[in-house]
Design a protein around this ligand. Structure first.
Ligand code: UD1
Ligand code: MG
Length: 478
């Protein structure tokens, strides 16, 4: 059986009060329309057509790489008019057509499949997905006859007082048989809103003696995200589902409600996520890895058994097997940490490649650098990669040792096995096996501090610095 999906996404979404088209507002790390596209793809249809209007350029650019076609609705004349805009894109197509809205991100695949199955097994002309609400004010209502058959959909504006008490509401999502475009073209706009209502197609199907089925579904799945309050609620529901999906796949979560995971993130089994972790964007985490509390990871690839200790922030990096970072590490875009690399607390790394088993244990900055295998980059050492105008690279070859508080002024190369003495400012290359040192040699001035303190404490309050006074007193007895 052939299937096409038409997603209506041309509406403005005024209640978002936003310059961003409503369809591009995000829930759980994906635009609203993105969630609907994901569900549509899971139905494995022959074609997906998205009707765009408000913000069409932005929306079409955003989803340019998706396997969909766009059809423009230049004037928003109603849902039937929007649907008919897909006609050209589907010319030559014969089969069922599923109509979805671009702003209902909570629809599950199961719900869509159930509707399709109900439609096909009843050989229906039209199947409408409906919900039940105690108060369905605002929605189109499903009107049934005495025998319970669906006879029409009445919009809020046109509903009589008794129709307004109907609890079954129209989600606006339908499965149609292949006559949908012919019938939709017959719909007029002689109603209060002067709009072409797709809901009117129901009576046309009945006039053509085709069965109409209503498939009742949980209202919570059918509601759109029309303002920021509904957007936040959708975000929460989606994130709950995402956590459950990962836990069922073997991911351990400490205090799951504090963990935020975008829909776009992939996580293997036997990964442990501690409380407060945020995983966003195109992030993937391989098995055996552990992410420490309150760490934030965006667009990163973590291979097997990577350890991220608490309060670390990682973006746009690849961490190879067995590497570890943090606590309080900042890993910035363009960074690659090869196997077994160790990055400790208060270390910042940007656009740098650290080869296997390199170490930067404390308080360092490594920017635009290549760091060889087993290099030790000590506490407080930095690459001075920026001259005020341009960025330059630092190259450190295998086994080199960079002492504490060293400044490597790029461009500069530290060759294999070389040492840079602590506190040195290195501006020219250090050859293989050499020591680069730029410190003045140390002098010892015997007794200097005794004189200093003696003079200083003569004028200070007698209760100040008792330990130093005691030490000075003992020296005089000597
Ligand atoms: C529609 C239904 C109503 C249903 C409700 C569910 C009609 C006449 N009414 O009403 O029975 O209960 O949805 O939410 O269909 N759109 C376009 N182009 C247009 C108009 C709308 O693309 O010209 C898109 C919107 O972007 C949106 C969807 O269609 O995704 C629904 O449009 P909306 O204006 O919200 O329809 P309602 O009046 O709420
Ligand atoms: Mg609506």
């Amino acid at each position: 059986m052939s299937l096409a999906v038409v997603i209506l996404a041309a509406g403005q979404g005024t209640r978002m009060k936003s310059s961003l088209p409503k369809m591009l507002h995000q829930a759980a790390g994906r635009p609203l329309l993105g969630h609907v596209i994901e569900r549509a793809k899971e139905l494995e249809p022959d074609k997906i057509v998205i009707i765009t209007g408000h913000g069409a350029d932005q929306i079409e650019n955003h989803f340019a790489s998706e396997p969909v076609v766009f059809a423009r609705q230049t004037e928003q004349l109603g849902t039937a008019h929007a649907f008919l805009c897909a006609k050209e894109a589907l010319s030559g197509f014969a089969g069922d057509v599923f109509v979805l809205y671009g702003d209902t991100p909570l629809m599950t695949l199961e719900t869509l499949q159930n509707a399709l199955e109900a439609h096909r097994s009843a050989k229906a002309g039209m199947t409408v997905i409906t919900g039940i609400l105690e108060d369905a004010t605002g929605y189109g209502r499903i009107v049934r006859d005495g025998s319970g058959e669906v006879v029409r959909i009445v919009e809020q504006k046109a509903a009589s007082d008794s129709e307004k008490t109907i609890k079954e509401w129209n989600s606006g999502m339908y499965v149609f048989d292949s006559s949908a475009f012919v019938l939709a073209a017959q719909i007029g706009n002689s109603n209060a809103a002067k709009e072409y209502y797709l809901t009117d197609i129901l009576e046309l199907y009945r006039q053509n003696h085709k069965p109409v089925v209503a498939k009742v579904t949980a209202s919570s799945e059918l509601e759109g995200s029309n303002d920021r309050v509904q957007l936040a609620a959708a975000d929460k529901t989606l994130r709950d589902r995402i956590r459950i999906r990962h836990m069922k796949n073997g991911v351990t979560m400490r205090d799951p409600n504090t963990i935020y995971i975008d829909d776009t993130v992939s996580i293997a089994n036997d990964v442990i996520l501690e409380q407060g972790v945020t995983l966003t964007g195109n992030t993937s985490i391989a098995t055996g890895s552990q992410i420490g509390a309150y760490s934030i990871i965006h667009d990163c690839q973590l291979e097997e058994a990577v350890i991220v200790k608490p309060h670390s922030v990682l973006e746009g990096a690849r961490l190879a097997i067995g590497s570890d970072v943090g606590p309080f590490a900042r890993i910035r875009p363009g960074t690659v940490l090869e196997a077994g690399v160790h990055v400790g607390n208060f270390v910042e790394i940007k656009n740098s490649h650290l080869m296997a088993d390199a170490k930067a244990g404390h308080l360092a900055y490594i920017g635009d650098a290549t760091v060889g295998r087993e290099v030790n980059f000590s506490a407080g050492a930095i690459t001075a990669n920026y001259d005020g105008v341009d960025k330059h690279r630092t190259t450190i070859l295998d086994g080199a040792f960079i002492g504490t508080n060293a400044t490597l002024v790029a461009p500069v190369t530290i060759e294999q096995g070389a040492f840079v003495a602590a506190g040195s400012t290195i501006t020219t290359d250090v050859p293989e096996g050499a020591l680069g040192v730029t410190r003045a040699s140390q002098k010892i001035l015997e007794g200097w501090s005794v004189k200093y303190w003696t003079k200083k404490l003569e004028t200070a309050k007698s209760t100040k610095l008792p330990v130093i006074r005691n030490w000075l007193g003992m020296r005089r007895i000597d």
